[in-house]
Design a protein around this ligand. Structure first.
Ligand code: EPZ
Length: 439
C-alpha cells in the first residue's frame, strides 16, 4: 500500500487558467512508434508521468538510445538488437505491448510478455495477434510471452486486409505501425477513430510512412522500405482537459482550460452543456467553463470515438452525484470500470450499480471521507468529488493517479483548490478500507 495520499478540503471555488499537458495515450504509442525509425526522432510536449518513465526504461532495454528531459524526448533506434521486453517492466505498463508491431517490422521477431488484465478489465490482445498473423507473422503464446516472428529469408510482413471485430484503439495502432514497413498494402477496416490514432498516424507520416484514412473507420497503409527521422509534438490530453472542465463544473467555478483541440471533446462538451454548463471557445486553443447553479441529470453510454469516452465516465459520474434527478451511466467498453461507485457511495453519493450500468440519483451534497483509488480515472473522480464534498477527503493509492495525470494536485492548487499531497502515518494504512468487510 503506498502511503502517499491527497488531502482535499472541499467547498472551495476555483479560478484562473489550467495548462493541459500532452496526451498520455498518444505519447506512449508514439514512443513505441519511434522503434520504427533507424535514426534520430524527437518528440515534444510529452507529459511527465510514471507511465512515460516506464516506457523509457522499456525502450532502453530494447536498445534504443534515449535523452529524456522534461517534456522533450529524443530517441535513436538505429541498432535495436533485443526483441525481448523485460517482464518486470512490461508487467508495470500495458502500453509496452505496442512495441510488438514495430519490433516485428524492424527485426522480423518480437517476444513481448502478454500484458495481463488490469483493474478495469481483462484487456485481451487477440485482435492485435490475429492482425499480425494476417500479415504473415507466426505468433505463439508460450508461458505468458507472445512470440512473434516473420518466416522466410527477408522476414518482412506482408500487407493484408484486416477487419477488427471491435474498433480497438490498441489493435488499430499496433497493426498500423506494423503495416508501415510491410510489403504491399494493408487495409484496416472498423479501425478506431480516436485522436491518438490520428496523432500516431501523423507521426508515422512525418517519418515517411504512407497512411491514409486515419480518423475514419478505414485506414490504408502502403508499406515502404524504411522510415526516416522526424520531429513531432504530442497533441493535448483531451481526458485531462475534460477532467479539469468537470473540476470547474463540480465546484461551480468559471475557469479556462488549454491547450485543447475542441473537436476532441465534442461528446464531453455536449454532456456538460446538457447538464447546464456553458463551454465556450477561449482564444485559439482554450475552453472557458461557465458553471450552472444547479445541474440537470443526463444519461451517458460510453462508446468508441466520437462517442462518449470511457476515460471520462468516472469523472462525469462524480458530477452527476450532485445533479437534480436520475442519471443512467452504461459502461460498454470495459467490463469492470464502475469500481469508483463504492468509493463515491462512501462520500454519500446515491448510486445503484448492476452489471455495466449505474443509476445515479443526485443528492444535495457529498461528505468528505477517506477513499481508496482503484484505477486511474476512478482516482480522478474521487479527487473531483473531494473538491465539492463538505469537509476533508483523503484519496489513497495515488500510484494510479500518478500514472496518468501530470501534477494534478499542483495544477488544482494553482486554481485555488485546498489540496495537499501527504504521507499517511503507518497506523492509518487501510484506514479508507476500514469500513470494508474483510474480503
Ligand atoms: C486505449 O486502451 C487507452 N489506453 C485506454 O485508456 C482507453 O480507455 C481505451 O483505449 C478505449 O478508448 C491507451 O491508449 C494506452 P481498446 P486499449 O483496445 O487500446 C476490447 C486510460 O485511462 N479488445 O480500444 O487497450 C477491450 O477488452 C486508458 O487512459 C478486445 O476484445 O483499448 C475493450 O473492451 C484506460 N480484444 C475494448 O476492446 C483486443 O485485442 C476497447 O479496448 C483488444 C481490445
Amino acid at each position: 500500500m503506498d502511503r502517499s495520499a491527497l488531502e482535499i478540503i472541499g467547498g472551495h471555488g476555483l479560478s484562473g487558467h489550467v495548462r493541459v499537458s500532452g496526451a498520455k495515450n498518444s505519447a506512449l504509442v508514439i514512443m513505441a512508434g519511434m522503434l520504427l525509425c533507424p535514426g534520430d526522432c524527437h518528440i515534444s510536449n510529452v507529459p511527465q508521468l510514471e507511465d512515460i518513465n516506464n516506457m523509457v526504461k522499456i525502450l532502453t532495454a530494447l536498445g534504443v538510445k534515449i535523452e529524456h528531459q522534461g517534456s522533450s524526448l529524443k530517441a535513436n533506434a538505429s541498432d535495436i538488437g533485443h526483441s525481448q521486453a523485460p517482464y518486470e517492466l512490461v508487467s508495470k505498463l500495458r502500453a509496452s505491448f505496442f512495441a510488438i508491431g514495430p519490433l516485428l517490422s524492424r527485426l522480423g521477431v518480437a517476444h513481448i510478455p502478454l500484458p495481463g488484465g488490469c483493474a478495469i478489465g481483462a484487456r485481451p490482445v487477440e485482435l492485435h495477434v490475429r492482425g499480425l498473423r494476417a500479415m504473415g507473422a507466426t505468433v505463439l503464446i508460450e508461458h505468458g510471452v507472445v512470440k512473434a516472428s516473420v518466416p522466410g529469408q527477408r522476414g518482412r510482413l506482408q500487407g493484408a486486409k484486416i477487419y477488427l471485430d471491435c474498433p480497438s484503439v490498441g489493435a488499430t495502432e499496433t497493426l498500423m505501425m506494423a503495416a508501415t514497413l510491410a510489403e504491399g498494402k494493408t487495409v484496416i477496416d472498423n479501425a478506431a477513430q480516436e485522436p491518438e490514432v490520428i496523432d500516431l498516424a501523423n507521426f508515422c507520416i512525418a517519418m515517411g510512412a504512407k497512411i491514409e484514412g486515419a480518423g475514419t473507420n478505414t485506414i490504408t497503409i502502403e508499406g515502404v522500405e524504411t522510415l526516416h527521422s522526424a520531429e513531432w509534438s504530442i497533441i493535448p490530453d483531451r481526458i485531462e482537459a475534460g477532467t479539469f472542465l468537470v473540476a470547474g463544473a463540480i465546484t461551480h467555478s468559471e475557469i479556462t482550460v488549454g491547450p485543447v483541440v475542441p473537436e476532441h471533446l465534442t461528446a464531453v462538451i455536449a454532456k456538460l452543456e446538457a447538464m447546464g454548463c456553458k463551454v465556450l471557445k477561449e482564444g485559439s486553443d482554450a475552453l472557458r467553463l461557465i458553471p450552472a447553479a444547479a445541474y440537470k441529470a443526463v444519461d451517458i453510454r460510453t462508446l468508441p470515438f466520437p462517442g462518449f469516452p470511457t476515460d471520462m465516465q468516472a469523472q462525469l459520474m462524480a458530477l452527476m452525484t450532485l445533479a437534480e434527478g436520475n442519471s443512467i451511466i452504461t459502461e460498454t467498453m470495459f467490463e469492470n470500470r464502475l469500481q469508483h461507485v463504492a468509493e463515491l457511495q462512501r462520500m454519500g453519493a446515491n448510486i445503484r450499480a448492476q452489471g455495466d450500468t449505474a443509476l445515479v440519483t443526485g443528492t444535495a451534497a457529498l461528505s468528505g471521507a477517506p477513499v481508496m483509488a482503484t484505477d486511474l480515472r476512478a482516482s480522478a473522480a474521487l479527487v473531483l468529488a473531494g473538491l465539492a464534498a463538505q469537509g476533508k477527503t483523503t484519496v489513497q493509492e495515488l500510484r494510479h493517479l500518478d500514472r496518468g495525470y501530470e501534477r494534478l494536485d499542483e495544477k488544482l492548487r494553482q486554481l485555488g483548490a485546498k489540496i495537499e499531497r501527504v504521507e499517511l502515518p503507518l497506523e492509518s494504512e487501510g484506514q479508507a478500507g476500514a469500513a470494508r468487510s474483510p474480503a
